[in-house]
Design a protein around this ligand. Structure first.
Ligand code: GLV
Ligand code: MG
Length: 345
């Protein structure tokens, strides 16, 4: 374990100091783009206005023969666009692949100053974060970058879940984590071929002798969410839900996103344009809740004491809950004029 004062030192001479606080950004959806696809790359200028984060995907779903084209396409996409308040991320290949090293060296060298976050797949333990942390510092120093690039880990291996707390505290560069249900299911030998969502065979059956014995599906991801959200919240980084693979089931996607949101996640991945609006709907706070939260803040200007609002007790803790809600609404309002009106902000 590093001493606290060393924890925040740059890992290479000339690299920028790692951040003490995460930048305040709206990240309701991380929108995946396959950068080797010319048609989709051409749509990026439009996408930048629509989404909170544009991510160039280099890992799974990119065929082996297109890996270099995807890398080059991402560099071109980053060079040719201005992103404003929209985040620019890439998901590099896994560290045990033949592509990860060149993904990093070439992308940071070419467009490191524009890149906000590197998403690292298949993180098993803090050693993966330490490796990337050191390499990024060397590259930042080499290319005289002023702003540190953040790391976002995908939680998608059984070993990663076992080590989730130490992963979350491995580096001040950590931005957050996404739950990756597809690789995680494979790693755990779960008996599902779905990408996220529930499964009809994972259920609880009412007791015998109670008549019709209704059965209800349970949430396959509940345990992992709990561990991930606690590890992230305890370390001041952000938890996300990952992909929902059934594009023909917008309702299933919305329910999956919403249960992530309710449990503390701040966003999810959108793999298909139809999922962008679902993520906006889910990860933007409910206008009625925001209106009530504004009343709580107004009723308790210094955030202490106890008051009653509509018969409901409010105190220091509900004031903090209200502040989370109103702060988020302000971020949404700044990016999304249609919603600004709904929040009266
Ligand atoms: C995402 O990468 C997943 O494996 O679910
Ligand atoms: Mg995966």
């Amino acid at each position: 374990m590093k001493l606290p004062r060393n924890f925040f030192r740059p890992l290479a001479i000339g690299a920028p100091a790692p951040p003490r606080e995460l930048p305040v950004r709206l990240e309701r959806m991380i929108h995946f783009v396959p950068p080797h696809n010319d048609k989709l790359r051409a749509k990026v200028p439009e996408l930048i206005k629509e989404v909170d984060v544009v991510l160039g995907n280099l890992e799974d779903a990119i065929p082996a023969e297109s890996k270099l084209a995807a890398r080059a396409g991402f560099i071109e996409l980053a060079r040719q666009n201005e992103f404003g308040s929209t985040g620019l991320w890439t998901r590099i290949n896994a560290l045990n692949s033949p592509w990860a090293f060149d993904d990093l060296v070439e992308i940071v060298g070419a467009v490191g100053a524009k890149l906000d976050v590197i998403m690292l797949p298949k993180v098993d333990g803090p050693w993966d974060i330490h490796y990337l942390d050191q390499l990024l510092a060397q590259l930042e120093a080499k290319h005289s970058l002023k702003k540190p690039i953040l790391i976002h880990a995908i939680l998608e291996t059984a070993e990663g879940v076992m080590n989730v707390e130490v992963i979350a505290s491995a580096s001040p560069r950590l931005h957050g984590m996404s739950l990756g249900p597809a690789d995680l299911a494979a790693s755990r030998r779960m008996k599902t071929t779905r990408v996220g969502g529930g499964h009809p065979d994972y259920k609880v059956l009412a007791d015998p002798g109670t008549g019709a014995r209704p059965a209800h599906q349970q949430d396959l991801w509940h345990y992992t969410f709990g561990r991930m959200v606690d590890a992230c919240a305890a370390n001041g980084i952000k938890p996300f839900y990952g992909p929902f693979g059934d594009f023909a089931d917008p309702e299933g996607c919305e329910v999956q996103f919403r249960s992530a949101f309710i449990q503390g996640c701040v966003g999810a991945w959108s793999l298909h344009p139809s999922q962008i609006e679902i993520a906006k709907r889910v990860f933007s706070p409910d206008p009625a809740e925001v209106a009530f939260a504004k009343r709580i803040l107004a009723a308790m200007p210094d955030g202490t004491g106890a008051v009653m609002l509509d018969g409901k007790m409010q105190d220091d803790a509900t004031w903090k809950q209200a502040k989370v809600m109103v702060d988020l609404a302000r971020l949404v309002a700044a990016k999304d004029p249609a919603r600004a009106g709904l929040y009266g902000l």
